[in-house]
Design a binder for this molecule. Sequence first.
Ligand code: KE4
Length: 435
Amino acid sequence: MSRRTSKSQAQFDRGCKVLVGGVNSPVRAYLAVGGTPPVIARAKGATITDVDDNTYIDYVCSYGPAILGHAPDAVVTAINKAARRGTSYGAPTSGETQLAEAIAAAIGGIEKVRFVNSGTEAAMTAVRLARAATGRDKIVKCVGCYHGHTDALLVSAGSGAATLGTPSSPGVPAGATADTLIVPYNDIEAMRALLTERSDEIAAVLVEPVAANMGVVPPAEGYLSKLRKLCDAAGALLVFDEVITGFRLAYGGAQAVYDVRADLTILGKIIGGGLPIGAVGGPAELMDHLSPAGPVYQAGTLSGNPVATAAGLATLQALREDGFYDTLHERSAELESGLLRAATAAGLGDRVCINRAGSMMSCFLTPEPVTDYSRAAAANKEAYGAWFHMMLSGGVYLAPSGMEAMFVSAAHTAQDIAQTVSAAESAFEAAANLM
Ligand code: KE4
């Protein structure tokens, strides 16, 4: 596809004058892959269209929320109806109760929910709640896992064994991360050592049950169940960050797939159907520490917003359709095998690692299996950039970073997958020249 780019360039240049980096979230800025991001005009189903009228098959899916595809009719109708009743009241509504009930019915262990407006806010709330409930200060997170940009969790990952986190961003004072400990993801022995050595200090272990912010890295066999046991032994809470995996991997999220129950669950993305939302859920005895039931202050003007909860309810209703996940995972498996075929045809069969969990996957340009952040970070970034741009030219819209996931939606057809695989053939050839 010969892409026209003049309107995107002009609009992005204009945006750069008033939006930092021309974006409102850094990963959108194409810094890792170079070039100018297409400025998007509209999206429907599996496709997204930029202001130069180039249409792409979309695997960003807004970084996860668009599991039904873009602008699904039932969700748009629900948004319209809700908005006509008012966009925000600052008062209890039946919609937020119904969405909380649906989440509690889907994820075992959740009796009560607190809605917020982003995954970051949900993670921040879960940390405060865990510290209050346990009377302990230390939080453990895994290298390469991302839980939003709240100070305490915005730590650069040291490699190897657990260390005290150090701020990865200027503006995060050392004090803000002094109580954040980090261990490599999937390294259960490092986690065991830390939880044993400092068991009486640790309030919670936060983890993405399937990591998706170092690219997709599934948990090693038994990792999550061992984590559960270690937290129980240490008296620490196990907090699953299911902002991506929640309602993505299955209707019950990762906890249903791996049969491991978290003490607190962080949610976002899909539960808002593409509108701003986040949530923390857990047993009433834990959740009732939050104000106004308990002393742990937490608040938000737009929390439980009636339009966002209406979009979320309509989305979850569609996810409950018989066979929804079976079809989605079949389509995703077709994409995975097609990409592997394309890589092999380009002579990269032994230098590409594709990790898939359900309908999310990542294609790492590296000969090694990718099982943790250090392996993910070792993938060939220059080759990814070449692959990315050839895919974009081939009409396939991916995240501009190898540390993100490809998401398949219910709207992706067998034809979309075939077109994607066809684009990948030349994209892998371009990458091969750099590997
Ligand atoms: P938000 O604050 O962006 O709504 O959620 C933060 C968050 C928390 N937990 C997990 C597991 C997440 O993946 C995220 C956000 N995900 C990124 C994509 N990897 C959002 C994209 C962006 O930052 O623009």
